[in-house]
Design a binder for this molecule. Structure first.
Ligand code: UT7
Length: 391
């Protein structure tokens, strides 16, 4: 019996990735651009982080719009009708609003009329947290298709005068479709962890109930990311290898079994340290930091999407996804890609018919919004405050 078979879930249902997609804004901000904004240099940023450029949203682009593009691409690859989705989860620290959840906007825009929807906030570990929750819901038997998205517009909460943080972050979104399937493999095991005593190391201090927004909090830039970079760095280099070893051991695997590590993209030096600690060659540690910077919960699904499209994920590959972030939190998932990859991988362009369907869904949503207003007006005309029919 294979070691993997020992991880089989009770009812034999496993969560397999059958679709993937990503989206980044068109606008690119490179290190030279940044050196005109704060006291920094291309050399410092490259050497200390590995970042060369990042994508930044323009007018009209938001966390939701990036999430929507990534989700539509993932559905396209999976060749799945959004009405077949049972769940939409969006991992994000930069949601569209406090509420409603960005996942609800996505559910509506996709026309995923049978799906539950919620956001998940676990810092940069958010996507792996969300993947694990969705995989467990599938394994429990309730859901067949789940859309899991990591989407961020960190540029909206970045202090563009703080060189300690503004050189690090970028915007983007990545998405996967998980499908319940009896085939062996899929998501094998996950490790999720948190240590809230580290809450001050990476925080947006104001805007919540602790410090509601007011003129002073805005003046003091307390609605932007504040970070103790050195402490987060130390935490990351310790926790990534630790969580990775634990998740591998739970799946009955060793470092030698890993085909590719898809780590949270925060700093190339963190990835190098984790690779050294795990005893894994850097070639098996995927990095795209130079092109996107740190996109928080979006970084792992974007990297996964790229790795697949570059042909780095072969059938039966064992992938280790691992992240860390604000909270403090950490997360690792190991999966075996046992289903065939679509060949050739469909282009990320939407077909005419799907596009038409999304337009129809949009119209239907607008009509429902309009009808709600009419309904509310009619109710005021026909009923009194106690809800009794007026005579
Ligand atoms: O998703 C999780 C979120 N965050 C992270 O994962 C971040 C983890 N931490 C890091 O990646 C690194 O700590 C940083 C990239 C943030 C900083 O690198 P470092 O090597 O730890 O630098 P440092 O904070 O120890 O600062 C070294 C020097 C300081 O100058 P002095 O005090 O030695 O004169 C900084 O003021 O570098 C200076 N410095 C900069 N210089 C030019 C800090 N930021 C910059 C900058 N350009 N952008």
């Amino acid at each position: 019996m294979s070691r993997l078979a020992t991880q089989r879930v009770a009812n034999g249902r496993r969560a397999h990735i059958v679709g993937w997609g990503m989206a980044v804004p068109e606008r690119v901000l490179n290190n030279h651009d940044l050196s005109t904004m704060v006291d920094t240099s291309d050399e410092w940023i490259r050497q200390r982080t590995g970042i060369v450029e990042r994508h930044i949203v323009g007018d009209g682009e938001t966390t939701f719009s990036l999430a929507l593009r990534a989700a539509q691409s993932a559905l396209e690859v999976a060749n799945l009708d959004p009405a077949q989705l049972d769940l939409v989860v969006v991992a994000t620290v930069t949601p569209e609003y406090y509420f409603p959840a960005t996942a609800c906007l996505l559910q509506d825009a996709l026309g995923a009329e049978h799906a539950a929807a919620f956001d998940l906030s676990a810092g940069c570990s958010g996507f792996v947290y969300a993947l694990s929750v969705a995989a467990d819901l599938i394994a429990a038997g309730g859901y067949k298709h789940c859309l899991v998205v990591g989407a961020e517009t960190l540029s909206r909460i970045t202090d563009w005068t703080d060189r300690n943080t503004c050189v690090l972050f970028g915007d983007g979104a990545g998405a996967v479709i998980l499908e319940a399937n009896g085939a062996p493999g899929g998501i094998l095991s996950s490790v999720l962890g948190a240590d809230g005593s580290g809450k001050d190391l990476l925080i947006v201090p104001a805007g919540g109930s602790a410090q509601p927004a007011n003129a002073e909090t805005v003046q003091a830039r307390q609605h932007t990311v504040q970070m103790d970079g050195r402490q987060v760095f130390r935490f990351a280099t310790r926790i990534m290898p630790e969580a990775s070893r634990r998740v591998l051991s739970r799946a009955g695997l060793t470092v030698q079994d890993i085909s590719l590590v898809i780590p949270h993209q925060a700093n190339d030096r963190i990835l190098q340290a984790a690779a050294r600690s795990l005893g894994i060659e850097e070639e098996r540690m995927y990095s795209n930091l130079s092109r996107y910077g740190n996109t928080s919960s979006a970084s792992i699904p974007i990297a996964l999407c790229e790795a697949i499209e570059r042909g780095l994920v072969k059938r039966d590959a064992v992938l280790l996804l691992t992240g860390f972030g604000a909270g403090l939190t950490w997360a690792a998932t190991v999966l075996r890609w046992s289903l065939p990859l679509p060949v050739p991988v469909p282009p990320r362009r939407m077909t005419f018919w799907r596009n038409l369907r999304y337009r129809w869904v949009q119209l239907r949503s607008r009509w429902r919004q309009f009808w709600r207003q009419v309904d509310s007006r009619l109710f005021q005309i026909l009923y009194d405050r106690e809800g009794r029919r007026k005579r």
